[in-house]
Design a protein around this ligand. Sequence first.
Ligand code: SF4
Length: 134
Amino acid sequence: MTDSKKRVVIMPCSGIGKAYGSVGREAMYQVVEEMRPDATTTTCLSLLTLGDADAQALVREQPTITIDGCPSACAKVSVEAVGGKPATEFRVFDVYRAHRELKVRSVSELGEAGREMARLLAEEIAAKVDELSK
Ligand code: SF4
């Protein structure tokens, strides 16, 4: 984060090797880089778990939205483990449950359906960012 303005932290799980993890990261990029660049930021999940003071302070002090790719909920658990309390927790599976026609092609290539899933999730996240930014 480069300024002290309140920003909503979008914290996806690392999701390596899981297609829904890739969808969650893609949704995060869409929100942080394209949809709400002035209202959001992100950090690396590994920094939280490795004890990085700046990353931990960020999720403790700013409203934080977690995105998880499977029930292990690594983003939510990691934020809570350092004293943060997610304002909202998104699960990629919930998007799939609402849109079962969308089948992600693979971890490395989401395909048209995976990109659409990420876009739908990003829109939900952006709406929540707007609420939290009021
Ligand atoms: S929540 Fe699931 S997909 Fe995401 S990092 Fe944890 S184990 Fe991987």
